[in-house]
Design a protein around this ligand. Structure first.
Ligand code: TRP
Ligand code: SF4
Length: 327
């Protein structure tokens, strides 16, 4: 039996950070051992939100490719490509748009939340309402069995299933199968200020940060608010610094919990050790990235080859789609 296929995508919106690593990439890397993985830099999805700052997208694409390769997304085993290099995504989106009821899109909780929360950009556009239709096209084009995603994306995956079932039943085919979510086991990592880690909050530790940047950032992390003095016992479970120990140095988790709850070590020292842990953790990633940065032609070649391999699959699916709809 051929291995199951996995598809996932990420919007190029800037350098990747630790939240991306524990929230997605660690999972993507592991899946390469067991699945045929297709990973796409989804620049059309980025443009839907960033059409006013569109000139940044090209450099974000490049940053994303560098970050992916540096953490171990492996172009020999996985298909890594840029969404806009494979025009079939847009063609399938059109077919799916035709049969997607407006109500499904208007009801989408992620859409409603984003319209409410994002006030710095105008997202009241035709394309943005259709965001999940393009996402469905991404997934269905490769007939993916499973999609590694964060919990926030579950409504989009459910819509993908609804759209694919509607396609199958409308045209009397069994072309698309239901795809399953693969949720990341690790809880989401908070940013330096205890909010969700996000570039727009300026609270990230980036995969490409230098040791100095990491040290400064960790120093500024918010700690247990109830622990004011060194002799006050802390509450590690309520401290974001402690959750970083759990995620990046499970071997030291117990010790950290003890020095915190027992008031044996102060927060400044605790954060100093964490900074050292993160610096070592990210060292190989940063070194690999610095090496890859010098070879732009290699990155271009990886994306080019990725698009060729992606299209081999996409073209076959589209032939079947056209047949199902028109003949
Ligand atoms: N919407 C996803 C996100 O913001 C990105 C994405 C686009 C995606 N197409 C996809 C994820 C297909 C999984 C599968 O994270
Ligand atoms: Fe947080 Fe460490 Fe301070 Fe405890 S000692 S409150 S875990 S920073």
């Amino acid at each position: 039996m051929s291995p199951k296929r996995v598809f996932s995508g990420m919007r190029p919106t800037g350098k990747l950070h630790l939240g991306h690593l524990v929230g997605a990439l660690d999972n993507w890397i592991t899946l390469q051992d067991t699945h045929q993985c297709v990973y796409s830099i989804v620049d059309w999805h980025a443009l839907m939100g960033e059409y006013e700052n569109s000139r940044n997208i090209r450099s974000y694409v490049y940053d994303m490719a560098l970050d992916w390769l540096a953490v171990g997304i492996d172009p020999r085993r996985s298909i890594i490509f840029l969404q806009s290099d494979v025009p079939e995504h847009l063609e399938l989106q059109m077919f799916l748009s035709c049969l997607t009821p407006l109500g499904w899109l208007e009801r989408n909780p992620t859409y409603k939340e984003q319209l409410r929360e994002i006030t710095t950009r105008d997202l009241q556009t035709y394309a943005f309402l259709g965001y999940p239709v393009l996402q469905a096209a991404d997934i269905l084009l490769y007939q993916a069995d499973a999609v590694p995603i964060g919990e926030d994306q579950l409504p989009h995956l459910e819509l993908t299933r609804e759209i694919s079932r509607r396609f199958n039943s409308m045209y009397g085919v069994e072309l698309f199968k239901d795809c399953a979510a693969i949720l990341t086991p690790t809880p989401r990592l908070l940013g330096l200020d205890n909010r969700k880690m996000s570039k727009s909050y300026g609270n990230t530790i980036n995969l490409s940060d230098s040791p100095e940047e990491i040290t400064t950032k960790v120093k500024g992390m918010i700690t247990d608010a109830k622990r004011l003095r060194l002799k006050d016992p802390g509450h590690p479970e309520e401290c974001n610094v402690f959750s970083y120990y759990k995620a990046f140095a499970p071997g030291q988790e117990k010790a950290a919990g003890e020095w915190c709850a027992g008031a044996l070590k102060g927060c400044t020292d605790c954060k100093k050790s964490l900074a050292d842990i993160l610096i070592e953790y990210l060292r190989p990633v940063r070194e690999e990235r610095l090496k890859l940065e010098k070879d732009r032609a290699y990155i271009d070649e990886v994306l080019k080859q990725g698009a060729v391999r992606a299209r081999e699959v996409a073209v076959k699916t589209m032939a079947e789609v056209r047949k199902a709809v028109f003949s």
